[in-house]
Design a binder for this molecule. Structure first.
Ligand code: ASP
Length: 325
């Protein structure tokens, strides 16, 4: 079980940390999505502030670049009344040779309630969570998991199509190096969707088939009759050597354009976690197609989902006021 050690809790989410989607139960995922729904409405009001996290401290500890995830955790925590500190690799002692674990222990001594951690090392967030006192949220660990991305994707789909169960979702692109793919496969499988992965043979790891997904190397076949097309970026920062002949060839065979999209359902929706590389994995026109692209909506849902996660995880901690009712 990769999610966390169970904690006594009456929140319906018996986990101290959110380290991955693997191991979460359908009811726990539904609880987070339902709670996030209420935050979507709050975020659309002129007054977006609540005191749910008053007295709490959140540290964003990012050892990889991030735009959407870091900003939305910061916004989420601030809208809920928490104090937020952002630390990135450039301004941390990691630059001076300190290990990730020592940095985390240093921060732990300052009593943060929540540590949001992104690292290039798969499994490192799990290790770190065993050493600190607060709740830990995995904001992406190497090519392992990115749980809040899968939750925001699920919320986006559920709001648009009313369900996850029974939908056919094609996840396309660099499956090998994508934590987004892994978290989405776990979530969509758990919630009863049919999942396909579509990739060049060099970017489609064998063990994926064991996760209960259908594997395709032909994009048109992989998209046949699907409801959702989820595109992924080539994660060149995790590649040693060339996995595709050229960007031009890659787009020709695996880039999403209207022609390849024709085999999907006529109203199939398009998603992308960002950052997008236009003309590499997705054609600009398709990405900007307001009738079919959910990419902007995914970003909006990111804030609401992170609010829901922070809400539930901090309710599982000791009260901020030291125990008073
Ligand atoms: N933003 C996502 C991640 O951090 C996807 C990507 O970088 O391609 O995994």
């Amino acid at each position: 079980m990769k999610t966390s050690a169970a904690q006594p809790s009456n929140t319906g989410f018996p986990h101290r940390h959110l380290l991955g989607i693997e191991g979460l139960k359908p009811a726990e995922i539904t609880l987070l999505l339902d709670l996030a729904e209420s935050y979507v409405e709050q975020n659309r009001q002129p007054d977006k502030k609540r005191a749910v996290l008053r007295g709490r401290t959140l540290i964003n500890l990012f050892f990889e670049t991030s735009t959407r995830t870091r900003t939305s955790f910061e916004l989420a925590a601030k809208r809920m009344g928490a104090d937020v500190i952002n630390i990135s690799v450039g301004d941390s002692a990691i630059k001076k040779g300190e290990t990730l674990l020592d940095t985390a222990m240093t921060l732990n001594a300052m009593h943060p309630d929540v540590l949001v951690v992104r690292t290039p090392f798969s499994g490192a967030v799990n290790l770190l969570s065993q050493k600190v006192n607060g709740a830990v949220v995995n904001a992406g660990d190497g090519s392992h998991e990115h749980p809040t991305q899968a939750l925001l994707d699920a919320l986006t789909i559920r709001r648009r199509l009313g369900r996850l169960q029974g939908l056919t979702v094609a996840i396309c692109g660099d499956i090998s190096h994508s934590r987004v793919a892994r978290s989405n496969v776990h979530l969509l499988n758990t919630m009863g969707a049919r999942v396909r992965v579509v990739a060049p043979p060099t970017l489609l790891p064998g063990p994926f088939a064991r996760l209960g997904v259908e594997c395709f190397t032909d994009m048109r076949k992989g998209l046949e009759g699907c409801d959702i097309v989820m595109m992924l970026r080539l994660q060149s920062e995790r590649m040693q050597g060339a996995y595709v002949p050229s960007v031009h060839e890659y787009f020709r065979f695996w880039g999403l354009d209207y022609e390849k999209l024709e085999t999907a359902k006529p109203d199939a929706l398009i998603m992308h976690p960002g950052p997008m590389n236009r003309g590499v994995e997705i054609d600009s026109e398709v990405a900007d197609d307001l009738g079919r692209s959910l990419i902007r909506e995914q970003v909006e849902m990111g804030v609401a989902v992170r609010m829901a996660c922070l809400d539930v995880l901090t309710r599982n901690l000791a009260p901020a006021n030291g125990g008073a009712a």
